[in-house]
Design a protein around this ligand. Sequence first.
Ligand SMILES: Nc1ncnc2c1ncn2[C@@H]1O[C@H](COP(=O)(O)OP(=O)(O)OP(=O)(O)O)[C@@H](O)[C@H]1O
Ligand SMILES: [Mg+2]
Length: 338
Amino acid sequence: MSEPVLTISGLNVDYGTGTDAVHALRDIDLTLHRGEVLGLAGESGSGKSTLAYAVTRLLSPPGVITGGEVHYHRRDGQALDLLALSAPELRAFRWQELSIVFQGAMNSLNPVHTVHSQLTDVLQAHRPEMKKSERTARAEELLRLVGISADRLGAYPHQLSGGMRQRVMIAMALALEPEIVIMDEPTTALDVVMQRQILRQLVKLREELGFSVVFITHDISLLIEFSDRIAIMYGGRIVEEAGAADIYRDPRHPYSDGLLHSFPALHGPRRELSGIPGSPPHLSAMPAGCAFHPRCAKKVEACDSHVPVLAAPDGSDGSRSVACWLHRGAPAPAVARS
Ligand SMILES: Nc1ncnc2c1ncn2[C@@H]1O[C@H](COP(=O)(O)OP(=O)(O)OP(=O)(O)O)[C@@H](O)[C@H]1O
Ligand SMILES: [Mg+2]
């Protein structure tokens, strides 16, 4: 595996403070390696967007980071502590080193400005040394990169299809050649054919340009197809993390297994679609122990009282991790009750 470009350790996020606080993220450990596509999956409310906002320091009140560390690793070996960056440092960091395409972002293009002006604005703000003609040439190049003909540069957002607007957002995210691109459900509003077309293009661009991607979606079948590794979230925690093929062939967490049976796979053997009974927990009423235990058909004695930590399953080679008592010896007395 290549070197890490982003490391998240022990990250905790609450919404609200004091007695009103609810825990949205708990003990998140996650590493993004250079050049990889890391998929982040989980049902609605599992904390995927919160994680994207916290890591990029875009979390707004009542969201608060209450613990943990996030480091960005430069190519020269220097590590930047993202949670310690000042506002000007953050401005320089975002777009240039890391860019994010938000959930529903295609509707956030400014309706009264052309694609040309929106793409060149990003360049003007961060590359003041570029001449006007160079900015236009770069905007044309960016459009071509995402498969849109350069003659659409003068179009207004409403003159483009949803898929094209989404591609413009991706072009904008790539404008300054960042090392990391975080995409939060960038294609959910699009039909499946368009979703796959955009993702295929993104993976190709990643190969050409060498950036890393965190791709967030609730549709695990998309991730199986397009990501190198997948992390699965439930109730604000990562419950399993493994190579995409390992998750597909041999999911270890009963929740991962349930998710895989909730979406039809485009390739490979057909699976029966059974879904997951029940619904995800509310943050204000998180079950004790493993948050998934009330919905889990395989629950054992420890599950309703002890939180399983994310670790390599017993007897494995360490290339994957799972937070589930089925794959661990009996809980030690030192494990805290939640
Ligand atoms: N501003 C907020 N104030 C209070 N709670 C919030 C806030 N934003 C999110 N939450 C809660 O945090 C939890 C995680 O939300 P988040 O948006 O990160 O989930 P998600 O996995 O991205 O879901 P989706 O798939 O629906 O986008 C949810 O229970 C949500 O209700
Ligand atoms: Mg979300």
